[in-house]
Ligand binder design. Sequence first.
Ligand SMILES: [Zn+2]
Length: 102
Amino acid sequence: MENWFRRLRARVSPNKRKTDTTTTPTLVCREAVELITDYLEGALLPETHAQFEAHLADCPGCRHYLEQMRLTIGMLQDLAHEPVFPETNEALLQVFRQWKER
Ligand SMILES: [Zn+2]
């Protein structure tokens, strides 16, 4: 994945669920979200992959986020031969903002 995309992801850094701050053996949303790009790249360890999918099964919010990421990555791949224009970044951030407000 491109460095600029990692920077974009870092800027997004969702922290939406105030109730998920306790330590549990399963993933919290914040952790799941951090794994999404690795998941889409097939870069997760089998154990982590299973935890991630178990979280998705119980979490409509993260399923939706995964779908958004898939769409975003597809769009970025379409643009891969182009530089990223500021308007594109803004449009992506708008998508993430809308999601976070739900
Ligand atoms: Zn979640």
